[in-house]
Design a protein around this ligand. Structure first.
Ligand code: NAP
Length: 525
């Protein structure tokens, strides 16, 4: 498939009029063809009008039709074959095996949401039948189900060019909920975005859906993204990226005459608490495994373990020494974009210049442009608590070990942390009481708590929570990975005393969708 360098607005391909965006191969700094000219406010407005026009028909599709649409998107993505893999590799600098795995994850995610849609549990049907004889007042017939919020704006992430981009988790969950989607492509991988966008466009056609169900807009800078979030047809947005970008767009969403939910996933340093007995028993192997997790994808995971917190002593020294050896043996890896590499270098330089952080090890020298050298630094609990710069995310494979004097200080550090996507406990049985005392703090701080694992690697499943208190996300009540992500794009509607013929199918007396409903307080089997 030849790339055209054009936006996809409904079923049309549209030439942008603003400055050209070229993807950069971060391994060579070579600019890649074709040019993607950015869209205008008019292009955004047109996509939004189409999405609004499509909304009522799309949300009214049967569960089967919507599920089959999601499966058709997965088929169309697979049909892109090697062209998609090759383009995503040169645009992201990520290894081929990783991109192949990510394509599998993207398609599985779409198929999982298809299953979720078919099962219909997300409708969350609750029925409280009328009680005309109730004293002192009769009760009306009350029925609740969930409906789609409306067209959703999605900002593709740089670090998952497939699984968290054009057909990624935000898009899959919004489409599953019955919301048309307009994606603002990430400027780092426009070619990958075009290929996947065309796969979705083709699925819309094959499934005979209204064209406004999907559009893809290009544009660097603020104009397109902010116009999209500000457009009155847009009723929610999903974003993964920097804290500054997420907050800027969140402000746009909240300053509208009609504010809307804005689900931003932004920054997290994912603390690992290495507890004393575990450190004593296996400090060295733990140190090695930790660096394995730190180096995954050049550390460009939102769940990268950027912080280790432990009590100082010989066991922690062993951990640090093993980690040092692994870091020193770590080859430099190409980062996603020159901008992300620059931000990484400046973050690491901040640690190097700080009189409160001590450099333990750096990875092997970079041999090409935009490469990330792994880094390991150590600080004390008091210095960490007193210095905000040490608490900020460094996006890439650098981590900081915080040495505490005792368990009380370890708690103090835990209490001082900002909101996180994950918190990890490395523990043995003898650490149980320390872990039990930490757990309530970690529940307040993080969306996912792990024991004896590493936070990189996020399973797409029913129970996953990929979210957390600010600044990990802008809305701690939700997840952006897993089937529960659908809830972000739904709202409840209650129907009081509607005649059966007027009720939506999900709420009718004879239960034509065979849903498990909450009937008069009892879950139906
Ligand atoms: P980004 O700069 O926040 O960009 C993300 C998307 O938002 C892009 O499409 C960007 O448009 C748009 N955008 C950014 N600021 C905007 C604004 N003020 N108004 C309107 N649109 C705006 O994120 P990134 O390029 O992916 O990576 C930069 C940094 O983000 C990394 O160094 C890292 O710190 C962080 N990051 C965090 C995570 C995480 O999950 N925690 C994941 C990825 C990145 P453009 O096309 O103009 O860039």
């Amino acid at each position: 498939m030849t790339l055209e360098g054009k936006m996809l607005i409904g079923q049309e391909t549209v030439q942008g009029q603003r400055d050209a965006i070229h993807a950069i191969n971060p391994a060579t700094n070579e600019a890649l063809e074709p040019a993607y000219h950015g869209g205008t406010r008019e292009n955004v407005a047109h996509a939004c009008e189409l999405a609004w026009a499509a909304f009522d028909r799309y949300r009214d599709t049967t569960l089967e039709a919507r599920a089959s649409f999601l499966e058709t998107i997965a088929d169309e993505i697979e049909a892109l074959g090697d062209a998609l893999i090759e383009r995503a590799v040169i645009e992201s600098g990520l290894p081929q095996a990783r991109i192949q795995g990510e394509r599998g994850r993207t398609c599985n995610q779409l198929q999982l949401f298809a299953k979720t849609v078919r099962a219909g549990e997300w409708l969350d049907v609750r029925i409280d039948p009328a009680m005309p004889e109730r004293q002192p007042l009769p009760r009306a017939d009350l029925r609740q189900r969930h409906v789609a919020l409306g067209p959703v704006a999605v900002f593709g992430a740089s670090n998952f060019p497939l699984a968290f981009s054009v057909a990624g988790g935000d898009t899959a969950s919004a489409l599953a909920a019955g919301c048309p989607v307009i994606v603002k492509a990430h400027s780092a991988h426009p070619g990958t975005s075009e290929l996947v966008g065309r796969a979705i466009q083709s699925a819309v056609r094959r499934c005979d859906l209204p064209e406004g169900v999907f559009s893809l807009i290009f544009g660097s800078g603020r104009e397109v993204g902010q116009a999209l979030v500000a457009n009155p047809c847009i009723k929610a947005a999903g974003f993964t990226g920097s804290r500054s970008g997420g907050l800027a767009l969140w402000h746009v969403a909240q300053s509208r005459p009609e504010p809307i939910p804005f689900y931003a996933e932004m920054s997290s340093i994912n603390p690992v608490f290495a507890l004393p007995a575990a450190l004593e028993a296996r400090g060295a192997t733990m140190g090695e495994a930790f660096v394995g997790s730190l180096n995954m994808g050049a550390g460009q995971f939102c769940t990268n373990p950027g912080l280790v917190i432990a009590i100082k002593g010989p066991a922690l020294d062993q951990f640090i020494d093993a980690a040092r050896q692994s870091v020193e043996a770590s080859p430099a890896q190409t980062m996603l974009t020159p901008g992300i590499h620059e931000a990484y270098e400046s973050g690491v330089q901040g640690f190097i210049n700080s009189d409160k952080a001590r450099e333990v090890a750096r990875g092997q020298q970079d041999r090409g442009p935009n490469q990330c050298r792994t880094g390991l630094f150590v600080t004390s609990a008091a210095d960490f608590i007193g210095d905000e710069a040490l608490q900020a995310e460094i996006f890439g494979s650098t981590s900081l070990v915080v040495e505490c004097n005792d368990v009380t200080e370890l708690h103090r550090v835990a209490e001082h942390l900002e909101g996180q996507l994950t918190a990890t406990l490395q523990m043995d049985e003898a650490d149980l009481e320390t872990a039990r005392a930490l757990l309530p703090v970690l529940e307040r701080k993080a969306g996912r708590i792990l024991v004896n694992g590493w936070p990189t690697g996020v399973e797409v499943c029913e129970a996953m929570v990929h979210g957390g208190p600010f600044p990990a996300t802008s809305d701690a009540r939700t997840t952006s990975v897993g089937t529960a992500a659908i809830k972000r794009f739904l709202r409840p509607v209650c129907y009081q005393d509607l005649p059966d013929a007027l009720l939506p199918e999900a709420l009718r007396e004879n239960n034509p969708l065979t849903l498990r409903r909450l009937m008069d307080g009892q879950r139906e089997l």
